[in-house]
Design a protein around this ligand. Structure first.
Ligand code: NCD
Length: 311
């Protein structure tokens, strides 16, 4: 049951994910002639204590196109009564008295789950610190699924700050529902992820690489790039010693490298990007990150629809 949507682990099988993608297809219509939903007359509160462009705007666009109303706190870290010492539980209870569904983004892992426990209306996790970003991962998996027709058996390369990128954490749980995935990892020292923490079957093949050139030559089906999450690194909190080593040359995708990938590959990024993908790569047909953004509105509408109907 999706009374709330906090983690991609709520999708317990590939079949359930396929069913959800079939629903998403109905909302993935460029003319936005969507199935009528139960959002009419309802209010969504979006409470965001971290920066957001795509996530908040696509949630709000989706809910408005579904016939609902939106109240929005985009600067919650500066403006909400949390600054007066209000507890997270009381903040959430307040939102639940005002709105029929709540979308939250915070800088602390576990906050979305705590919000779900405190709320009598559905809560959707729009990113909880370095924890999860389940709707972004659904968009990523949906984009892969639409391109290849299936997720089973693909080789997936994950590049960048794998330790702190919450989309990666959520995406691994969705990929792991499928058989025969091969993982290729490329991360700066200190920002690696132990994929086995996320794998359900410790025998799944995982290969660690040293450079983008090496990775490109493997010819992965999916190349998933991520931004360095500098705001989450210990230095951001005053640590004197750099906890990672980032070499833009090793972790950067140039147009020349993109062109060496198999023609059928896809290049994904949850965005925002910094220097990790050269802007010239955008014109390569393998670059699908703008398509991911496009999928965001319809997919979030499908998710809201699911949560409202199962709550
Ligand atoms: C991501 C996030 O906020 O976790 N962005 C997004 O919502 N698409 C990725 C990031 O900030 O790097």
């Amino acid at each position: 049951m999706f009374q709330h949507f906090i983690s991609t682990s709520q999708f317990v099988s590939a079949g359930r994910l396929d069913d959800f993608f079939a629903e998403t297809d109905k909302f993935n219509d460029p003319n936005r002639s969507w199935p009528s939903s139960g959002a009419s007359g309802l209010v969504m509160a979006t409470w965001f204590a971290e920066p957001s462009t795509r996530t908040r705007l696509s949630f709000e666009t989706a809910f408005q196109l579904m016939g609902g109303h939106v109240v929005s706190m985009a600067d919650a870290s500066k403006n909400s009564s949390a600054l007066k010492g209000e507890s997270w539980d009381d903040t959430v209870r307040t939102l639940a008295e005002i709105a029929d569904i709540i979308v939250v983004r915070t800088d602390k892992e576990g906050d979305a789950a705590r919000a779900a426990a405190a709320s009598r209306v559905p809560v959707i996790n729009a990113g909880d610190g370095a924890g999860e970003h389940p709707t972004q991962a659904l968009i990523d998996a949906y984009t892969i699924y639409k391109h290849f027709g299936a997720i089973k058996g693909l080789s997936v390369a994950l590049v960048g700050d794998l330790k702190y990128n919450r989309s990666v954490h959520s995406l691994l749980k969705l990929l792991n529902l499928h058989e025969g995935i091969t993982y290729h990892l490329l991360a700066p020292d200190g920002l690696v992820l132990n994929p086995r923490e996320f794998l359900q079957n410790g025998k799944l093949p995982v290969r660690v690489h040293k450079s983008m050139d090496e990775l490109v030559d493997i010819g992965p089906d999916v190349l998933y790039m991520t931004r360095n999450q500098t705001e989450r690194h210990p230095q951001a909190w005053g640590a004197k010693v750099a906890s990672y080593h980032y070499d833009p040359k090793l972790h950067h995708l140039s147009l020349k490298q993109a062109e060496r990938l198999p023609k059928s590959s896809v290049i994904l990024h949850p965005l925002p990007r910094r220097e990790e993908i050269a802007p010239e790569v955008d014109k390569d047909p393998r670059a699908m990150y703008w398509k991911q953004v496009k999928h965001g509105v319809g997919l979030r509408a499908a998710l809201i629809d699911k949560v409202l109907s199962e709550a």
